[in-house]
Design a protein around this ligand. Structure first.
Ligand code: GUN
Length: 282
């Protein structure tokens, strides 16, 4: 029976550490959170991020814009925030509303890379590729922090990442590679997924498909990290992993909720603190 990796408890510990570091600063870090449109899930994420900031003494300012505000007004707001001194980090909640002509890449490019606490700007993506971390990619960094906390060293291990998104899959593979893992990335066109996932010492699933990872796809004793956030037919949160049967086979497993989600949120706070330091706040 697997040990459950308690992301919620670890996040609480990290937040306390962040709160202490923030309280030692003369000037508090500031985060601007931009939400365009009214997607209910995005609304919840943004509210949670603001709550986290408040708990840690980080100033946050929300900019809730109607979906029809348009690309130009959004770029103007980012330009203003790029220049505001009390704002250290800028986060544009994704996805931008569909059915309008938003250009997500142009939006991400317009954020000052020194304020890019999501690490989505191509400059920071490049830095991650090189292994020169100013800002950590939040979800993958949260996963790494959980592995470290539980004494799981990826060095020399076969790590299989299922999912190739810019936000999770690709940067996750990089972080594991930098820790000397042998990494395989699988995706929707991968043939015979189970043959590959069964080879994983550490399996990270970041797809968004309930019960994608079943027990027969997992090696006995594997570490299973479930990054996904899905809802079952009764609206309950669940991940990609068929939790019950897989946890009977795995050595460690993250639950959904209470695994990767809280750790992702914490990494944003670390990045905001790092941004404040980058801007000379001490
Ligand atoms: N949408 C889903 N995950 C994220 C994230 O980590 N950051 C932002 N800005 N949007 C998201």
């Amino acid at each position: 029976m697997a040990t459950i990796i308690d992301g919620k408890a670890l996040a609480a510990k990290c937040k306390e550490e962040i709160r202490q570091q923030v309280s030692a600063l003369q000037r508090r870090p500031g985060l601007a959170v931009i939400l365009v449109g009214s997607d209910p899930a995005s609304r919840v994420y943004v509210t949670n991020k603001e709550k986290d900031c408040a708990q840690c003494g980080i100033y946050s300012e929300e900019f809730a814009l109607p979906a029809e505000v348009g690309q130009r007004a959004l770029l103007e707001l980012i330009d203003e925030l790029n220049r505001r001194e009390e704002i250290d980090g800028i986060l544009v909640q994704l996805p931008l509303p569909r059915g309008y002509d938003y250009d997500e890449q142009e939006v991400l490019l317009s954020i000052d890379p020194r304020k890019d606490v999501d690490a989505f700007h191509p400059f920071n993506v490049g830095q991650i590729m090189i292994g020169n971390y100013t800002f950590l990619p939040c979800t993958p960094a949260g996963v790494m922090r959980m592995l470290d906390e539980y004494g799981i060293n990826p060095k020399g291990k076969h790590c299989v990442v299922v999912g190739r998104s810019n936000i999770v899959g690709k940067p996750q593979a990089m972080l594991l590679l930098h820790r000397h893992a042998t990494v395989t990335i699988c995706h929707s066109r991968t043939q015979d997924l189970g043959t590959i996932t069964r080879q994983a010492d550490i399996l990270v699933s970041a797809v968004g498909k309930r019960n994608l990872i079943t027990a027969d796809m997992v090696k006995e004793g594997a570490v299973v990290i479930d990054v996904a956030m899905n809802r079952d037919e009764s609206g309950k949160l669940c991940g990609d992993v068929d939790f019950g049967p897989v946890s009977a086979k795995a050595s460690y497993i993250t639950p959904v909720p209470g695994g990767c989600g809280p750790m992702t949120r914490v990494m944003l706070l670390y990045n905001t603190l790092a941004a404040a330091r980058l801007h000379g706040k001490s």
